[in-house]
Ligand binder design. Structure first.
Ligand code: NAP
Length: 297
């Protein structure tokens, strides 16, 4: 019987368990805070930011909401980041991507104080992750580690295959899998658009993470019997319903479910975990910056 990994439930338990650390901070007079900076009028980005703010409110993190006109100079965004870096009342800073074309996303990520970089994308934090001394694990791969753990799957000695090599999902996921640490110790293969015979690679996976952004590209034939399948993809495809579209993953769920030992659905799999791990990193940031020892889940 295939286990359907319930990302909503695991994310809820992470949020519940963060209350211990939030109480420890509270006892020292600290309320964790996250500043979200939005320089876009894209409705999807606006929705993501407002969901993150709602999540903060639910667990008792202060959400500081900053909107910058997408037509403003890049300098306005950098000045805002400088102010947030200097503000002792701000523990985490998140600039919602993508930023407008006239702003360099690379420079923006470098401008954020690494101690407040709760996305974990600053080069210092990327380097620490690779070196096995992570300060903030990027939210999506960290959430995936928690999902795999929740399914009772041990990664040690397993063949892990990651489809996708982006800086936000594929690369950090592979880096976590190869760490000599719990949730790591896997023999790891990273596939991408130039990979030859992708199906042969995915069929060898005990743990398969699909993060390509291609709707339903991995079907049941590409999945090893009993594998743990983690579907990161969120793709909008046309559908004959009221909205005119539906969300599907990178995995063809119905056929993959027939072969997988455990599988995440879309929606309700990785997505809620990404949001929960942002809260986790923000609480961790508050502990680090106010020198309060916190017990994290
Ligand atoms: P991305 O930056 O577009 O990267 C996609 C990666 O997939 C690239 O490395 C690309 O290879 C590879 N790829 C594309 N087509 C492929 C193919 N046919 N065969 C093998 N590899 C292929 O995407 P991303 O930001 O990592 O996101 C991936 C998906 O996850 C998207 O659907 C995104 O919406 C979703 N996502 C979900 C969450 C969540 O919380 N659930 C979080 C982040 C992202 P090249 O490098 O060779 O181009």
């Amino acid at each position: 019987m295939t286990e359907i990994i319930d990302g909503d439930a695991v994310a809820q338990s992470i949020r519940d368990d963060l209350s211990t650390a939030i109480d420890q901070l509270d006892a020292e007079g600290v309320q964790p805070s996250l500043a979200t900076v939005l320089m876009s009028d894209d409705p999807a980005s606006e929705t993501y930011v407002s969901m993150k703010q709602d999540d903060c409110a639910e667990v008792g993190i202060e959400a500081i909401d900053i909107d910058i006109d997408p037509d403003a100079d890049a300098g306005e965004l950098y000045d805002t980041i400088d102010d947030l870096n200097a503000d002792e009342n701000v523990d985490g800073i998140l600039v919602q991507m993508p930023v407008p074309d006239h702003v360099s996303d690379r420079e923006v990520l470098r401008a954020i104080d690494p101690e407040k970089d709760v996305d974990g994308f600053h080069p210092e934090n990327v380097g620490r992750l690779v070196a096995g001394d992570a300060r903030y694990k990027p939210c999506t791969p960290h959430g995936i580690q928690k999902l795999i753990e929740s399914a009772g799957v041990d990664t040690e000695g397993k063949e892990a295959v990651v489809v996708g090599r982006s800086d936000i999902v594929g690369k950090p996921m592979a880096n976590l899998f190869i760490q000599k640490a719990p949730g790591g110790n896997a023999t790891t293969t990273v596939c991408h658009s130039r990979t030859e015979d992708l199906a042969a690679k995915t069929r060898a996976a005990d743990i398969l993470v699909a993060a390509a952004g291609v709707p339903e590209m991995i079907d049941g034939d590409m999945v090893q019997e009993g594998a743990t399948v983690i579907d990161v993809g969120i793709n909008r495809v046309d559908a004959d319903n009221e909205k005119g579209y539906e969300l599907v993953g990178d995995v063809e769920y119905e056929s993959a479910k027939e072969r997988a030992g455990a599988i995440t659905p879309v929606p309700g799999g990785v997505g809620p975990m990404t949001r929960a791990m942002l809260l986790y990193n923000t609480v961790k940031a508050a502990g680090l910056q106010h020198d309060v020892a916190v017990d994290l889940p």
